[in-house]
Design a protein around this ligand. Structure first.
Ligand SMILES: N[C@@H](CCC(=O)N[C@@H](CS)C(=O)NCC(=O)O)C(=O)O
Length: 222
């Protein structure tokens, strides 16, 4: 059965999973959830599969999988691709996934959310900005040593960490396709040139698509 991804085009968590799927070349069906509606107003279909009320949810191999980084881990094990080549590297990959879940997923996502949709107090936004910049510093340090997060090859850790940085040029007229990386989160990547170049390497991987390209043409109906 074709895997089904419940997702939303504004969701970096959804994009992480969708990006891994297209990089792996797996066929899938996307069903876009009306995440801006209250949870109890979303379809019964989605409510019945979503343990935490959030996207993404993936139906695959008879499993109902929730939580983006857990889903990435499933793919790496299932496909034996986008993972470390040896156990030592695989452990580093999971270390970066845990880091990401409490860093980029919190900080960059809220720096973006606060600008696009939230009415955050300026002090709150400044807190997310400061932490986002710390996260970029951390990755910049890593890319001084290796082209991808755990070495010479990309894996699910890179997919997780790049996701929110690819919500490009949102709200910037005429710049929607990979030019103004991370502007929507108030991040000027000229301060993090190695992160910028790593995003370029990710964008060159076979199968890569931006969030806008990947999620285009679907209405939120589920
Ligand atoms: N820790 C979760 C976070 C998922 C998440 O926050 N999803 C948001 C969209 S980006 C969502 O579904 N929001 C709607 C809601 O919580 O009702 C993951 O990694 O999958």
């Amino acid at each position: 059965m074709t895997p089904i991804l419940y997702c939303h085009p504004d969701s970096g968590f959804s994009y992480k999973v969708a990006l891994a799927i297209v990089l792996l070349g797996i066929d899938f069906e996307q069903r876009h959830i009306a995440i801006w509606k209250p949870r109890h107003e979303r379809s019964q279909e989605f409510q019945s599969v979503s343990a935490h009320g959030e996207v993404p949810v993936l139906l695959i191999d008879g499993h109902v999988l929730c939580q983006s980084n857990a889903i990435l881990d499933y793919f790496a094990r299932r496909e034996r691709r986008l993972d470390g080549r040896d156990e030592k590297t695989q452990l580093r990959v999971r270390e970066w996934l845990s880091w990401e879940a409490n860093r980029i997923s919190l900080n960059v996502s809220h720096a973006r959310f606060g600008r696009r949709w939230g009415a955050y107090h300026p002090a709150v936004l400044a807190w997310y900005d400061r932490r986002s910049h710390d996260d970029l510093d951390r990755m910049e340090l890593q890319f001084a040593a290796t082209p991808f997060l755990t070495g010479n090859d990309p894996n699910i850790a890179d997919v997780a960490c790049c996701s929110y940085l690819f919500f490009t040029g949102e709200g910037i007229e005429g710049e929607g396709d990979g030019i103004a990386w991370a502007d929507a989160a108030g991040i000027d990547l000229t301060h993090w040139p190695r992160v910028h170049d790593w995003l370029g390497r990710m964008a060159e991987l076979p199968g890569f698509r931006t969030p806008q390209q990947l999620f285009a043409g679907h209405e939120a109906i589920y």
